[in-house]
Design a protein around this ligand. Structure first.
Ligand code: F6P
Length: 546
C-alpha cells in the first residue's frame, strides 16, 4: 500500500523546498513584516471558531505554495479520503483508522469490512449516557447502598492521558459533588495516593484498557479489587457495583471478574491515543455530563469536516502540519513547544506528547524503508505564564530553534479582577518578543553599558503560531484536539509513515516481563543480560536482601 510514491526526498516539491529554504530561510520576521504591513491579517485563517495566526512563521507566500505542492505530491488528499472511508491505512496492524467515526452524527455511514459502524458507536454512547445519568443522579448505588461519590479511572497511555486532560480542561463543567482520580503508573504510589482518602463504599473504578492486558492497568486493577473487597467485607459480588470496564476485549474483562453488563466497548479501528471520544471518555462524560460530552463530540466533528472538505490553503490542520514539516525537515528543528495560556489546559501538552510522538516517532516508511529525513519532532510545554519564568529564557536567547504554538482564549471561565487581560497581554507579548526581538541599537538607547549589550540582545526571528479561541467549552476542546490530531495526520502523510501503530513500545514491555521474576525469585537467578543490566539486578536484589 502507498508503495507507488517516490521517495520523499526525491519529490520535486521537496527539492524545491530545499532550495527555497536556502534562499528564504534566513529572512528575518522583522523584514517580512516591514515589507508587508498587512502580513499579520493576511496570514491568518479562521474556521469553526478557531483563529490561527501563522504570520509569525519563517515563511513567505512561495513557501506555502511549495508546501501545498508537497502535500499534493505526497497524496495527502487521497490519504484523508482513505482514512474517512474506513480503508485500512494502519497497514502494520491491518486496521482502519476511524476515530472520526466516534464523533460522526447518527445519520452518517462509515463502513468497515462491510459494516456501517456509526450505529454501533451511537449504541455505546447511549449506554454511556444511561450509565452516567444513573451515577450522577445517585440511582447507581454501591454494594452497601451508598451512592457513588468517587470515580477512579485506571488506565495508561491513551486510556489515561485523554481522560485526565479532558477532566482537567473541563473542570469548570464538572459536578463538584463527584471526586475524580486517575491512576496510571505501575508505581504503587499512584494507586495509594489516589485512594488514600476514599471510602470503598462510595468509589467506582473504571478500568480502561483497549487490550485489557496492559501490565500497569491490570496490576492497578487487581490492587483496586483487593482494596474494594477488603473495605467492603470480601464479598466478590461487590465488584459488580464498583467496577466497570472500557475495552475491546470482553473476554479478558469477564475473566477479571467484571460483569459483562458493565463493559463499554470500542473497536480495533480506534487507536489508544485517539480514543477519547469513545468509551474511554466515560470518566469525562461522568464528570461533565452527557450533554456536554456530546457537545465536545460536535466540536471534534466540526474540525473533522473542516479537515476533510476545506481546500488545503485554508485548512487549519493541514497548514499547521505543513509548517511543522517545514521546520522539522528544512530548519532542523528538534522540538515544538506547546504553550497554552489557559490553566485548565495544564495537561494538554502531556496529552499531545502521546498523540504526536507515539504517532510520528517512526524510522521507516510505510513500505518499510529507512527514512533519510527527520520525522516527528519532540512536543513539550507548560501553561503560560508559568513557563515564562522557567524555560522561556532558552526559547528567547538560547542556541536552539524552537517553533512555538501559543494557545489562548478571548474569554476566561474565571473572571477574577484584571487577570485575564494580563494573561492575554503576556501571550501576545511573548510571540511579539520571539518574532521581533530587540536589536543592539535598541538596547543601547536604554542606557545599557556596552559590555551588557550582547546579553540583552534578543535575536528574534523565532517562529510561532497563535491559536485563538473564544472560550474553553467542551465544544472548543473537541475542536482543539481534533486540530492537532489532523495536523499529526498531515505530518505522517508527508513523511509517508504509519502514524497509527506503536511498535516502539513493545521491546521494553517484553524485557520487563523477563526481569520481573529475576527480581522476585527466591533462588538466585542466572542472569544473562548485558553486564550493566546484570549488575543492576544483582545490586537491587542484594540491597533488598535477596
Ligand atoms: O504502550 C503503548 C500503548 O499501547 C498505547 O498506545 C496505549 O494507549 C496504551 O499502551 C494503553 O493500552 P491499553 O488501552 O490497551 O491498556
Amino acid at each position: 500500500m502507498m508503495a507507488g510514491y517516490p521517495p520523499l526526498t526525491a519529490s520535486p516539491a521537496w527539492n524545491a523546498l530545499a532550495s527555497h529554504h536556502s534562499k528564504v530561510g534566513d529572512l528575518h520576521l522583522r523584514k517580512l513584516f516591514a515589507d508587508d504591513p498587512k502580513r499579520g491579517e493576511r496570514m491568518a485563517v479562521e474556521a469553526a471558531g478557531i483563529y490561527l495566526d501563522y504570520s509569525k512563521n519563517r515563511i513567505v507566500d512561495e513557501t506555502l505554495t511549495l508546501l501545498l505542492r508537497l502535500a499534493d505530491d505526497c497524496g495527502l488528499r487521497a490519504r484523508i479520503d482513505a482514512m474517512f472511508s474506513g480503508e485500512k491505512i494502519n497497514i502494520t496492524e491491518n486496521r482502519a483508522v476511524l476515530h472520526v467515526a466516534l464523533r460522526a452524527p447518527k445519520e452518517a455511514s462509515i463502513v468497515v469490512d462491510g459494516n456501517n459502524v456509526v450505529p454501533d458507536v451511537h449504541a455505546v454512547l447511549d449506554r454511556m449516557t444511561d450509565f452516567s445519568n444513573q451515577v450522577r443522579s445517585g440511582a447507581w448505588i454501591g454494594y452497601t447502598g451508598k451512592r457513588i461519590q468517587n470515580i477512579v479511572n485506571i488506565g495508561i497511555g491513551g486510556s489515561d492521558l485523554g481522560p485526565v486532560m479532558a477532566y482537567e480542561a473541563l473542570k469548570a463543567y464538572g459536578d463538584p459533588a463527584l471526586t475524580f482520580r486517575f491512576v496510571s503508573n505501575i508505581d504503587g504510589t499512584d494507586f495509594a495516593e489516589a485512594t488514600r482518602d476514599l471510602d470503598p463504599a462510595e468509589t467506582l473504578f473504571i478500568v480502561s484498557s483497549k487490550t485489557f492486558t496492559t501490565l500497569e492497568t491490570m496490576t492497578n486493577a487487581e490492587s483496586a479489587r483487593e482494596w474494594t473487597l477488603k473495605g467492603l467485607g470480601g464479598d466478590v459480588s461487590a465488584v459488580a457495583k464498583h467496577f466497570v470496564a472500557v475495552s475491546t476485549n470482553a473476554l479478558k474483562v469477564s475473566e477479571f471478574g467484571i460483569d459483562v453488563a458493565n463493559i463499554f466497548g470500542f473497536w480495533d479501528w480506534v487507536g489508544g491515543r485517539y480514543s477519547l471520544c469513545g468509551a474511554i471518555g466515560l470518566s469525562t462524560m461522568l464528570a461533565i455530563g452527557p450533554r456536554n460530552f456530546r457537545s465536545m463530540l460536535e466540536g471534534f466533528h466540526e474540525i473533522d469536516e473542516h479537515f476533510r472538505t476545506t481546500p488545503f490553503e485554508r485548512n487549519l490542520p493541514v497548514l499547521m502540519g505543513l509548517m511543522a514539516v517545514w521546520y522539522n525537515d528544512f530548519f532542523g528543528a528538534e522540538t515544538v513547544a506547546i504553550l497554552p495560556y489557559e490553566q485548565y489546559l495544564k495537561r494538554f501538552p502531556a496529552y499531545l506528547q502521546q498523540l504526536t510522538m507515539e504517532s510520528n516517532g517512526k524510522h521507516v516508511t510505510l513500505d518499510g524503508k529507512q527514512v533519510n529525513y527527520s520525522t516527528g519532532p519532540i512536543y513539550w510545554g507548560e501553561p503560560g505564564t508559568n513557563g515564562q519564568h522557567s524555560f522561556y529564557q532558552l526559547i528567547h536567547q538560547g542556541t536552539r530553534f524552537i517553533p512555538c504554538d501559543f494557545i489562548a482564549f478571548v474569554e476566561t471561565l474565571n473572571p477574577v479582577g484584571r487577570h485575564h487581560d494580563i494573561l492575554v497581554a503576556n501571550v501576545l507579548a511573548q510571540s511579539e518578543a520571539l518574532a521581533f526581538g530587540r536589536t543592539a541599537d535598541q538596547v543601547k538607547t536604554e542606557d545599557t553599558p556596552d559590555w551588557l549589550v550582547p546579553h540583552r540582545v534578543f535575536e528574534g526571528n523565532r517562529p510561532s503560531n497563535t491559536i485563538l479561541l473564544g472560550r474553553l467549552t467542551p465544544n472548543a476542546l473537541g475542536k482543539l484536539v481534533a486540530l492537532y490530531e489532523h495536523s499529526v495526520f498531515t505530518q505522517g502523510a508527508i513523511w509517508h509513515i504509519d502514524s497509527f501503530d506503536q511498535w516502539g513500545v513493545e521491546l521494553g514491555k517484553v524485557l520487563a516481563q523477563r526481569i520481573i521474576p529475576e527480581l522476585q525469585s527466591i533462588a538466585k537467578p542466572k542472569l544473562q543480560h548485558d553486564s550493566s543490566t546484570n549488575a543492576l539486578i544483582a545490586r537491587y536484589r542484594k540491597l533488598r536482601n535477596q
